[in-house]
Design a protein around this ligand. Structure first.
Ligand code: TLP
Length: 355
């Protein structure tokens, strides 16, 4: 659902809609700045160092968006015509406008996963013996938490095993960790432990962590130096970016632990939705701040259902003809969840009555 909605709406479309905290706004107003293309913005440098430290990597690179971070990562790991392996429902493949093909000029090869995760065998199965006819595989991209799987968290052993297969075949491993701190909070493990086997990681400051703008790409120092050139190619070299990076620092220092609240609200929401006749939720799949809800049994489609909810003040996205995605975040509290549930129950009842 696109458009401008007044604040009275309960906005469960995404955690990207979160607004900056007062502390972020104060930090932004007083940030020390410099020209970051010259490497002279002290706040950006602090943010990149902090991000690298939290993720256990050598260096970081501040980028305006997760999409740019993933694109720059693909550009830096590959050359023109490389083959890139990804899970079939991954954000990079599904939602990034084909940037990897348009800009990086690589060939995506998708592997069907289960709830966003791959098996070592599935990755081995698509690796081919080098042959004059084949493109050269260069990179495996993984995603944790997995968006289209409903915010699912990779089991760590499986992640490490899959990354190991790619490394043994000489491929790089990039993690789209837009919501890696949700995975960290949900699994009770430090983010650095979750990403140890990834060569590069992109994570977002502007989702559940509530910064207004920005993501960070982390990896080895020499790799990040090359990524910095690629960021410049795609127009991502920013100037006094400390103004926005300051909010990112507050996000990393203050907003990670509270993600547990969003996860709890998602569980409450999922249980409530599961009780509404005509709707379907796989409760076991609700691990972080997303709830995928099937509307097949309600007598209407997900886009129609979301329009009816919007007319009553509840915003959610239809991610498939039969599936709605509800995302919890810091700007929706328990009362909003209760209200959203009662509105959803009313809408479901109306559609069932009309069917
Ligand atoms: N996801 C957005 C939409 O693009 C679908 C959302 O509302 O969830 N990786 C993952 C896993 C993401 O979920 C997103 C954003 C991105 C990358 C891209 O980040 P941005 O929006 O900063 O370019």
């Amino acid at each position: 659902m696109e458009g401008v909605f007044p604040m009275a709406f309960i906005d469960l479309r995404s955690d990207t809609v979160t607004t900056p905290t007062d502390e972020m706004r104060r930090a932004m107003a007083t940030a020390d700045v410099g020209d970051d293309v010259y490497g002279e913005d002290p706040t950006v440098i602090r943010l990149e160092e902090k991000a690298a430290e939290l993720l256990g990597k050598e260096a970081g690179l501040y980028v305006p968006s997760g999409t740019m971070g993933n694109l720059v990562a693909v550009m830096t790991h590959t050359s023109r015509g490389s083959e890139v392996l990804l899970e079939a429902e991954s954000h990079i493949y599904y939602y990034e406008v084909g940037g990897m093909a348009v800009v990086a000029q690589v060939l995506p090869r998708t592997i069907v996963g289960e709830r966003g995760c791959l098996t070592p065998e599935a990755v081995e199965g698509v690796l081919r013996t080098p042959n004059i006819h084949f493109p050269v595989p260069a990179l495996l991209c993984l995603e944790n938490t997995h968006n289209r799987a409903g915010g699912s968290v990779w089991p760590l052993d499986r992640f490490n095993a899959v990354a190991g297969v790619a490394h043994r075949a000489g491929l790089g491993v990039h993690l789209d960790g837009a919501r890696i701190f949700n995975a960290s909070v949900a699994s009770g493990r430090p983010a650095a432990e979750l990403v140890r086997e990834a060569d590069s990681v992109m994570f977002c400051l502007s989702k559940g962590l509530a910064a207004p703008v920005g993501s960070v790409l982390v990896g080895r120092a020499d790799w990040i130096a090359r990524a910095r050139k690629n960021r410049k190619i795609v127009g991502g070299g920013m100037r006094q970016a400390g103004v926005i990076a300051a909010a990112g620092l507050v996000a990393l220092n203050r907003m990670i632990d509270r993600l547990a609240e969003d996860h709890e609200n998602a569980r409450v929401l999922a249980h409530g939705l599961a009780e509404i006749a005509g709707l379907g939720v796989d409760l076991a799949s609700v691990e972080t701040n997303m709830v995928m809800c099937r509307v097949d049994g309600s007598g209407t489609s997900a886009p129609e259902f979301s329009r009816a909810l919007a007319a009553r003040g509840v915003l959610v996205n239809a991610v498939d003809p039969g599936r709605l995605r509800f995302v919890t975040h810091k700007d929706v509290g328990r009362e909003d969840i209760d209200k959203a549930l009662s509105v959803t129950a009313d809408v479901a009842l109306e559609f069932r009555g009309a069917a």
